[in-house]
Design a protein around this ligand. Structure first.
Ligand code: ASP
Length: 327
């Protein structure tokens, strides 16, 4: 009995000492998409902003792409729960719960929810080779040629896939476009610019500079209203404005750790996240890309989890209505 108590005391002390030591080695943020894309951009900017509040920690971003983000998420769900492996993921955390009937992890049970990062609009884009220049012309062109055109996305369950699905179902195309899956929208964007694919919907964190440089054609934003505060994106109509009633899609990103990460450690990470979300440099960089840094109670672990749980329910309705699944 004595021995047992002694063991318990040692374990408790070790737990406390461990938390104090955190981080004791480089922290890896897993991004479940290719490097250079929108999720990657959010993760890298966040890593920079969280480095100092975590005591000048080394934070590396690792791209573990594939299967709409679920490969990277599985990797983090199975990683050692010590705070040194984290996940930055977007709305896919909720969408894949409806799209994949067999996931390798349980979204609400296998992660510690650390807090939301931002909300990001999407833009509906076409290759520079498309003849249309306005949303109206674009919609008419797709109606007439949909069956011959390709829609790029970042895998089943990705934001770009979800957006493409929702848009095609909202405009009630007779013939849907052929979808082409990439490991992220960074490589998909290269093919859109080159005209190998025709259409893509993607976060503004990846599209703003390409639109500004005239490398792709932008037709609309997916938020309920147009983005009046953004110097470039304010010129594009919202899909609601163009007659797609109730169309409203905003992509959010959150930060996660494997289930079982000690509370002292998750608190340190959430504290650092809160500092990062108030960092003027981070806010400025995000807002230049059309993203809005979260300020409401979704920055708390409980608020974050409640929001994702609600999104899982809402997105499942959308996915079930479209009747398309990933497996
Ligand atoms: N924007 C992508 C998506 O459609 C993912 C990425 O490459 O970050 O989900």
């Amino acid at each position: 009995m004595k021995k047992l108590i002694a063991l318990a005391v040692t374990a408790a002390v070790a737990g406390g000492a461990f938390a104090q030591a955190f981080p004791s080695k480089p922290i890896t943020i897993v991004v479940p998409f290719a490097a250079g894309g929108p999720t990657d951009t959010v993760a890298r900017q966040l890593a920079e902003a969280m480095r100092k509040p975590l005591g000048d920690a080394t934070i590396v971003v690792e791209n573990a792409a594939g299967a709409g983000g679920t490969i990277g998420a599985t990797k983090v769900a199975r990683a050692a729960p010590d705070g040194h492996t984290l996940l930055v993921w977007h709305i896919g955390m909720a969408a894949t719960a409806g799209l994949y009937r067999k996931l390798q992890y349980k979204p609400l049970e296998d992660f510690e929810y650390l807090g939301m990062i931002n909300d990001v609009p999407m833009t509906l884009l076409g290759s520079p080779k498309l003849p249309a220049n306005t949303y109206r012309d674009f919609e008419n062109y797709i109606r007439a040629n949909g069956g011959k055109l390709n829609l790029a996305h970042a895998g089943l369950g990705s934001a770009s896939h979800l957006c493409g699905l929702m848009w095609q179902s909202a405009v009630k195309l007779d013939k849907s476009m052929t979808t082409i899956a990439y490991r992220g929208t960074a490589p998909a964007m290269n093919d859109l610019i080159g005209g190998q694919v025709d259409v893509m919907c993607d976060q503004t964190t990846n599209t703003t500079s390409q639109i500004e440089a005239g490398r792709v054609k932008a037709f609309a934003v997916t938020t309920a209203k147009r983005l009046d505060d953004h110097k470039l994106l304010k010129d594009y109509p919202s899909l609601q404005e163009m007659g797609l009633k109730n169309f409203n899609l905003t992509i959010w990103h959150g930060l996660y750790a494997p289930k079982g990460t000690p509370p002292e450690v998750t608190k340190k990470i959430n504290d650092a996240l809160q500092v990062a979300l108030k960092d003027p440099e981070f806010i400025k960089k995000q807002s230049a890309l059309g993203a809005v840094v979260v300020r409401d109670n979704r920055v708390t672990p409980a608020g974050h989890k409640a929001f994702v749980a609600d999104q899982i329910t809402k997105l499942k309705t959308v996915i079930d209505a479209a009747g398309q699944y990933a497996d």
